[in-house]
Design a protein around this ligand. Structure first.
Ligand code: PLP
Length: 406
């Protein structure tokens, strides 16, 4: 049998391919720069510093952050979230988050709660993954010090209305987990009132793995999680108190940051609105293609305007437990009594028969699956990116049809 063209639909895990500029910038750094920024005064160190600061500037521009020096790099968003939680929250603080969060938010917060450091409330979301605004308002307290919100679900793509959340939370600092939206959905920190934005470099930002960070607005003070050499104020045995140095001890992933800077410049060049438009079109094509399929349930808003280019499905003949008909699953034929195809089997068949790369299971977000009704088996997740084409989507629709009909 002729080997099918590879179709990568696992961009919510990490984007692939990357723009060629990303590799070129990384190779350039390795071949021609190589030095450690901020550590020495020679021309190569200065050039390395220029590249890293260039990446900071580009990210600040992309997110409309007020000060590029308040963009700090970490190895991924998990590092950024841990740095912020441990550097910002004091003993006794109250934190509010949502039932759609990734384990990168849930695990550190639950750890801090169980250690008796913070108290934590989790706002429920509906079966489409949308936040219950009334519950959010009810759960806020006078001692709430942080609200942590997943901008878009990595499970089913659901986008939260950040401006509406901010209208409810008011002056309480809002941390946005933009892992699934940075680079593929417009984010204006100032207009939205986002106080802390966390991002990972290797998904929608199209940069290399091992990059990420956070932008924090003036007025929010963070204690460093890691202390050590920064290249600045070497005479002082205390950590510098200015950003980004206070938050970036030790030699960073500068090769990766060079690649990330090139990736963000690529995004700024294309226009994040155009990237969003393309991804919205792909999502519409996929949803339209599978909406009426027998034996396939779709999760999430089922509306390209209200989700990212991530679509979760199961090959099911029955509605998920305790569903009421108004849930996000739109395309279920209850007269179909064929055997279900498990997510694992679907992944196998999509990969081996159709050369389509998807991810199945719980996607590190068990509470999100409880919310949408797919715990513990999870879903088959097709997550598209800027480099996917309509042809890719049509091939995925055909493959899903065949699997559903088998
Ligand atoms: C919403 C969300 N938050 C956090 C993460 C963690 O990302 P990383 O592994 O880059 O730290 C992911 C990754 O899937 C995610 O989707």
């Amino acid at each position: 049998m002729e080997k099918k063209r590879l179709i990568y639909m696992d961009n919510a895990a990490t984007s692939f391919p990357k723009p060629p500029q990303v590799m070129q910038a990384m190779v350039h750094f390795m071949e021609h720069v190589g030095a450690n920024p901020g550590r020495s005064g020679h021309p190569l160190a200065r050039e390395a510093g220029k590249i890293v600061d260039g990446a900071r500037n580009s990210l600040a521009r992309l997110f409309n952050a007020d000060d590029p020096s308040r963009v700090c790099f970490t190895l991924n968003i998990t590092g950024a979230l841990n740095t912020v939680f441990l550097g910002y929250l004091n003993a006794g603080d109250h934190v509010v988050t949502t039932s759609m969060e990734h384990n990168s938010v849930m695990r550190p917060l639950v750890y801090l709660q169980e250690a008796g450091h913070i108290s934590l409330d989790i706002v429920p979301c509906d079966r489409k993954g949308l936040l219950d605004m009334d519950a959010l308002a009810r759960l806020l307290r006078r001692d709430t010090r942080l609200v942590v919100l997943n901008h878009a679900s990595n499970v089913c793509g659901t986008l939260q209305d950040v401006a509406a959340v901010k209208a409810v939370t008011g002056d309480i600092p809002l941390l946005l987990d933009a892992a699934q939206t940075a680079g593929c959905y417009p984010i204006d920190m100032k207009a939205l009132g986002v106080d802390i934005l966390t991002f990972t470099g290797h998904k929608g930002l199209l940069g290399p793995q091992g990059t990420g960070g956070f932008c924090v607005r003036e007025g929010i003070d963070l204690k460093p999680l890691v202390r050590g050499g920064t290249g600045s104020m070497s005479e002082d045995l205390h950590q510098p108190d200015f950003m980004p140095d206070s938050m970036e001890s030790g030699t960073q992933n500068n090769v990766g940051i060079a690649g990330l800077g090139a990736a963000v410049d690529f995004i700024l060049g294309e226009g994040v609105e155009n990237i969003r438009l393309h991804e919205e079109g792909l999502t519409r094509r996929l949803l339209d293609g599978i909406y009426d399929l027998q034996n396939v349930a779709i999760y999430g808003p089922l509306d390209p305007a209200r989700q990212t280019a991530t679509v979760s499905i199961t090959f099911d003949s029955t509605l998920p437990e305790d569903s009421e008909g108004s849930l996000g699953c739109g395309a279920i034929n209850l007269e179909w009594f064929g055997d279900n195809v498990s997510p694992g089997e679907a992944e196998d068949r999509l990969g081996s028969q159709y050369n389509i790369m998807v991810r199945v299971g719980l996607h590190c977000a068990p509470m999100a699956h409880r919310t949408i009704g797919t715990f513990p088996d999870g879903t088959v997740r097709l997550s598209m990116g800027y480099f996917n084409t309509f042809e890719d989507v049509d091939a995925a629709v055909q493959a899903i049809k065949r699997i559903a009909a088998a």
